[in-house]
Write a protein that binds this ligand. Sequence first.
Ligand code: ATP
Ligand code: MG
Length: 276
Amino acid sequence: MATLSPKERAELMKELTSRVQNAIKNIHNVVIVMSGKGGVGKSITSASLALALNKLGFRVNILDADVHGPSIPWLLGVEHERMIADEDGRILPVDAGGVGVVSVELAMDRKELPLIWRGPLKTRAILDLLSMVKWGDLDYLVVDLPPGTGDEAQTVARYLSSKRPLGVLVMTPGRMVSHIVVKAKNFAKIVGLDLLGVVVNMSYFRCPYCGRTTKVFGEFKDVGIEILAELPLDPEISRAADSGQLREIFAKPERSEWVSSIMKIAGKLVNAVGRP
Ligand SMILES: Nc1ncnc2c1ncn2[C@@H]1O[C@H](COP(=O)(O)OP(=O)(O)OP(=O)(O)O)[C@@H](O)[C@H]1O
Ligand SMILES: [Mg+2]
C-alpha cells in the first residue's frame, strides 16, 4: 500500500470498505473489549464473554484483533487448529465448542514466528479477516483488542461502526491503570463508540479456606462509567486459561464466582442491545 498513489489508495480503501460491509452484513451485534492498558485481562474477559453469550443460546464468534500477541485460540484450546477456506474461498472460523474463533494465529503455518508488521499491514490484516471470513448469521461478534488505542483499535472501531458496537472496558484496581483506562474511555468518545461499562478484573481474592476477601491490588479508582462487574483474582481461572480450558469452566454445572459475574455482564449486554 505504501507505493500506491493517494487516489489508488482511496479507491482500494473504498473497495475494502464495501467488501467488509458486505461480509459483516448479517452480524447483529458487536462487542469490543478494550482497555488501553496491557495485561489487565481483556482476552480472558472477551473469551469468557463469548462463552457466556453462547451459553445463553446466542450464535457467537470472537475476533482476535491482537495481531502481535494473539491469545484467544490459546484460551479456548484451539491453538493447534487452522482456519480453512470453503469452496468459494471464504475463511471459516475455527469452532471452539460452539464459539467460532478468528485469529491471525489460526492462519499461520509457523506460530512461533512474530509478525513484524506496522500500521498499514496490521490494518490490512484486520480488514482482510473482516472481509474474507464467512461470518454467517451471528447474534454477537466479540472483538478482543490489544492494549492501546492504536491501529487495531482504530480499524475495528471505524470499520465496525455501522453495527453500532458496544464497548466494554477492562481494568484492574490501582491509580495508574485507571489513568490509562480513562484514555481508552476518551478514545471511545472520540471515535463514537458507545461504552456499556467497565469490568474491574482481579478486584479481590477470596480465601478458599475461610472465604474472606482480600483486595490484593488495592481499591479501584472510579473512571466515571458504570461498573459491570468485579471479577475475582482466581488461580483456577488462570490455570484454566493457561491450559486452554476456559470452556470447561463454563460447562461445569456449578457456577464459580467468575462464571456468575461474566454471566451477569452478558445479561447486561443482552439487555442493552434489546434482544431476547
Ligand atoms: N481474574 C483473574 N484471575 C487469575 N488470572 C487472571 C485473571 N485475569 C487475568 N488473568 C491472567 O492474567 C494474564 C493476562 O490476562 P489476559 O491475557 O486476558 O490480559 P490482556 O489484557 O488481554 O493482556 P494483553 O494486554 O497482553 O492483551 C493471563 O495469564 C490470564 O490468565
Ligand atoms: Mg490480550
